[in-house]
Design a protein around this ligand. Structure first.
Ligand code: NDP
Ligand code: BG6
Length: 500
């Protein structure tokens, strides 16, 4: 993470939008402030809004003003590198102006022709922009490289993802593509790999012989906020399961890659996703729970139900919760259940993986046999907890469960990169390791497609009150197997006094 990337020209499509203000510009600025941007770079914002360079810089300055570092000189210096070009991205003729502007702004003498295009527009334009760039030769990798970063969602279904992929591949090759899944940019998700593959003591146990089951939770306290319009057409399966949670699952379940590079790592991730046991209607009937939040009062706050949210249809059947028991058909994981859940308006925001090891074969100490747990907390209160049995002090030999924990904050690293910072930096450097590859994205869509079809079934949706852990049917999913979900608190090691 130390070397500076090559000089680059960055073009952001969708520059007047929310993502650019809230995520991209703060991330570019932090990289700049930490000396991680190229020596020579320019960022050209593109959208239809009638702005000029100065108005665009003011807009971005306002977005940056909430940043912790109060270093006006650095901010001004960053903003001097920002430019703006009004353009209708859907109109191929407009790209002639873009080409002229780039020739002036980013002369090849300064950038060597290197250009990063970032698609942060409505997804309907993701298939159109590459063709328009190509029509003006703006995709040609000589001189310099040309890369295309594509935001989520990458498709809406298997068919639309495949069609988007072939549309983009007509003009950009796979090595030029960087599909964003910001979960892969999270430090703690990457740590799953380091934890697994740099410690000799866990990997031998990491399989069906020693692991009883695995839980993956992606819980949010927030509802759909201002994004009801988008979310109502998406739902939790497309918004969280198809991408973020399946990518986390791939990190938990993959084989050790031969090296940490884009090909080796993505080969292994894709293999896991392609080995997911196909979901049949019969399986879904017993092992899938879809829910939608209903109004409730949580910690004194009155929270409206999903159907009352702005932009959501009164009779919406979009799921805001999904719980699924799934299997991976390969040698390592055959028969080991993975229970995955995600939802909005749950009691707290927490993403974690819990590895439940098998119990000791015989409870020699009288009480029930113990099962070790490994909890890998992705956010918040990032860290790892191991639970194990210990002698309860006093007479006899009764075993008691205790824990050992590590927290990221103990490392004292103040300079951790956010997910977007890491991914933007990698895309400028040309490292695609943490970006979703075409085959993996298709495997994910192929896997969830039966759920999208199953949702047409009118019985498939259960209500749950805001601030609860989803529909009771989701608890039954595990109870049937004589198991239960862990109920995580915001604080990693707190198991007794959670938020509610
Ligand atoms: P916004 O609606 O806030 O912004 C959309 C942007 O696209 C605006 O700059 C808009 O500008 C521009 N745009 C729309 N149509 C055209 C057009 N024909 N020609 C040129 N520009 C156009 O959306 P977001 O910023 O929230 O999201 C952008 C993308 O990022 C979406 O695909 C979303 O799914 C994805 N995303 C967003 C996240 C977020 O937190 N916001 C998180 C993860 C992904 P103008 O109207 O001026 O043309
Ligand atoms: C986004 C989803 O991709 O991820 C949002 O569109 C969700 O609905 C968000 O809230 C969760 O990301 P994080 O990083 O807050 O866990």
């Amino acid at each position: 993470m130390n070397s500076k990337p090559e000089n680059t020209c960055i073009v952001i499509f969708g520059a007047s939008g929310d993502l650019t203000q809230r995520k991209l510009m703060p991330a570019f600025y932090h990289l700049f402030a930490n000396g991680l941007m190229p020596d020579e770079f320019a960022i050209l914002g593109v959208s239809r809004s009638a702005l000029d360079d100065l108005a665009f810089r003011d807009k971005i300055l306002a977005a940056l003003s909430s940043q912790e570092e109060d270093e006006p000189a650095k901010r001004d210096s960053f903003c001097e590198r920002l430019h703006y070009q009004p353009l209708n991205t859907a109109d191929v003729a407009d790209y002639a102006e873009l080409k002229t502007r780039l020739d002036v702004l980013c002369p090849q003498s300064a950038t060597g022709g290197n250009t990063l295009y970032y698609l942060a527009t409505p997804p309907s334009l993701y298939g159109i922009i590459p063709g328009c760039l190509a029509a003006h030769g703006l995709n040609v990798e000589s001189p310099g490289w040309k890369r295309l970063v594509v935001e989520k969602p990458f498709g809406y279904s298997l068919a639309s993802a495949e069609s988007l992929d072939s549309e983009i591949h007509r003009h950009f090759q796979e090595h030029q593509l960087y599909r964003i899944d910001h979960y892969l940019g999270k430090e703690t998700v990457q740590n799953l790999l380091v934890f697994r593959f740099s410690n000799g003591m866990f990997e031998p146990l990491w399989n069906r012989n020693f692991i009883d089951y695995v839980e993956i939770t992606g819980a949010e306290f927030l509802g759909v906020e201002g994004r009801g319009g988008y979310y109502d057409g998406a739902g939790a399966v497309r918004d969280m399961l198809q991408n973020h949670l399946l990518q986390v699952l791939a990190m938990v379940a993959m084989e050790p890659p031969a090296a940490i590079n884009a090909d080796a790592m993505r080969d292994e991730a894709a293999k896991v996703l392609q080995s997911l046991q196909p979901l049949t209607e019969a399986h879904l009937k017993h092992n899938l729970v879809l829910g939608q939040y209903t109004a409730s009062t949580v910690r004194g706050q009155v929270l409206r139900g999903y159907r009352e949210e702005n932009g959501v249809a009164d009779d919406s059947r979009t799921e805001t919760y999904v719980g699924l028991k799934l299997f991976i058909d390969n040698w390592r994981w055959q028969g080991t259940p993975f229970y995955v859940r995600t939802g909005k308006r749950l009691p707290t925001r927490v993403t974690e993986v819990v590895i439940h090891f098998k119990k000791t074969p015989h409870p020699v100490f009288g009480n029930t046999a113990l099962a070790n747990k490994l909890i890998i907390r992705i956010q918040p209160d990032e860290g790892i907890v191991i639970s194990f049995g210990l002698k309860r002090p006093g007479a006899g030999f009764e075993a008691k469960e205790v824990t050992m924990d590590f927290r990221y904050e103990e490392l004292g690293e103040t300079n951790m990169l956010t997910a977007y910072e890491r991914l933007l930096h990698d895309s400028i450097k040309g490292d695609a390791t943490l970006f979703a590859r075409s085959d993996a994205v298709k495997a994910c869509w192929k896997y969830v497609q039966p759920i999208l079809e199953y949702q047409q079934n009118p019985q498939a949706l259960f209500g749950y009150a805001c601030g609860t852990w989803g529909p009771k049917e989701a608890d039954e999913l595990l109870q049937r197997d004589e198991r239960k979900w862990r109920f995580p608190c915001r604080n990693l090691t707190n198991t007794e006094y959670c938020e509610l």
